[in-house]
Write a protein that binds this ligand. Structure first.
Ligand code: TYM
Length: 370
């Protein structure tokens, strides 16, 4: 089975073990997790379950932290549309890390990237989506004092000179090898990694001293940070550390939840009836008839509805296992399981959407200012 993972495209059934080897990242071993737990007091369920699967230099980051060298967090979003539940995965863990470590967060909105990589979107549209997507961050409860949202086109006076010093150290042959760029690739795309590298050292520039950086993100973004990690030491800065999550699947299985296929994803601004329709149309691991399901049991490992519980809507491990067993033994039928999920998603979205609306008047407190 072939699969492909790039920052712009994820296709096929991803074999994460293989991907980790290919990308050269480190698996999150029990040993390093125990070290993290010493500082956090517990492990987030996404880490316990392996939704966060690998890292770069987390051990180094903890060494520095133990020496009293605090780190900042960095993550981001390419604002090409509304936020879907998959995007929330790295942000929820980032929020947990902010709370546990009292760390500052730099959040980059790459409205420039999404303009450069889209055939349809105007810069005005990607910029508007940056503000829409920012509301999702605010709704997740990030602290305004510790959170700075950088919108690329609006912070260009700060970012551009720094991006230039990165760009000068990246050759075309490197980006061609890493991203597979061709002669038709526009020159903005070729330059773009230089912009995504900047927040990984911007706080060090502002503070006038080196500050360690931790980037929680979906593993698809790793190619940008492989280049960043190569360049930053040559500029006198630390390599950023990273934590990588796997993909929240689509409602039709396989590929990751994708904004370009709206019926296969739940968006944070979906209405209750849309959620219901999408979940009822989802691919499950159910059998053809109720009789068969009672006799043979369902197949949670093949079920996108079960994955919703696993990723976001059942955070209690014992309850999740109960649900799995009830499905496997044919006690729990798909209709009941879907209904419960719809209710949980809609309850979550009702609160989240209220948080988004309340956030509209606070957005200014989050926007990065020099
Ligand atoms: P973007 O907008 O594609 O995705 C935002 C973040 O969400 C992750 N992600 C997912 N995680 C789990 N399941 C999914 N189905 C899923 N889909 C997307 C992505 O890996 C990402 O972490 N170029 C970036 C924006 C960016 C950025 C960053 C991201 C700028 N600086 C620093 C991470 C860290 C982008 O287009 O992300």
């Amino acid at each position: 089975m072939t699969f492909k993972v790039t920052p712009w495209e994820v296709t096929g059934d991803v074999d994460y073990e293989k991907l980790i080897k290919e990308f050269g990242t480190q698996p999150l071993t029990d040993k390093i997790l125990a070290r993290l737990e010493k500082h956090t007091g517990e492990l987030h369920y996404m880490i316990r379950r392996g939704i966060f699967i690998s890292h770069r230099d987390l051990d180094w980051l903890l060494d520095e932290y133990e020496k009293g060298n605090k780190f900042f967090l960095y993550t981001g979003r390419g604002p090409s549309g509304h936020t879907h539940l998959g995007h929330l995965i790295p942000w929820i863990l980032t929020k947990w890390l902010q709370d546990k470590f009292g760390a500052e967060l730099y959040f980059q909105m790459t409205d420039d990237e999404k303009f450069l990589f889209s055939d349809k979107l105007t810069l005005k549209e990607t910029n508007n989506f940056a503000y829409e997507n920012a509301l999702d961050l605010i709704a997740l409860g990030f602290k305004p004092k510790l959170t700075k949202i950088i919108i690329d086109t609006e912070c260009a006076d700060t970012l551009y000179p720094l991006a230039l010093s990165v760009a000068k150290r990246i050759t075309f042959s490197v980006v061609r090898a890493v991203f597979g760029f061709q002669n038709e690739t526009n020159v903005g795309q070729i330059f773009f990694t230089s912009m995504q590298a900047v927040p990984a050292f911007l706080p060090s520039v502002l503070a006038g001293k080196n500050i360690p950086c931790l980037i929680p993100h979906g593993i698809d973004q790793d190619p940008h940070f492989r280049i960043t990690r190569d360049v930053l030491p040559r500029m006198g800065y630390y390599k950023p550390a990273a934590l990588h999550n796997i993909f929240f699947p689509s409602l039709q299985q396989g590929n990751k939840m994708s904004a370009s296929l709206p019926d296969t994803a739940i968006f944070t601004n979906d209405k209750p009836d849309e959620v219901k329709r999408k979940i009822w149309n989802a691919l499950t691991g159910g059998r053809e008839t109720i009789d068969q399901q009672r006799k043979l049991g369902g197949q949670p490992n093949l079920c996108s509805v079960f994955k919703y519980y696993y990723f976001l809507f059942e955070t209690d491990d014992a309850e999740l296992e109960k649900r799995r067993q009830a499905c496997l033994t044919g006690k729990l039928l798909c209709g009941e399981c879907k209904n419960e999920l719809v209710a949980r998603i809609n309850k979550f979205l009702e609160k989240h959407q209220a948080g988004r609306e309340a956030g509209r008047k606070n957005i200014g407190k989050f926007i990065f200012k020099k």
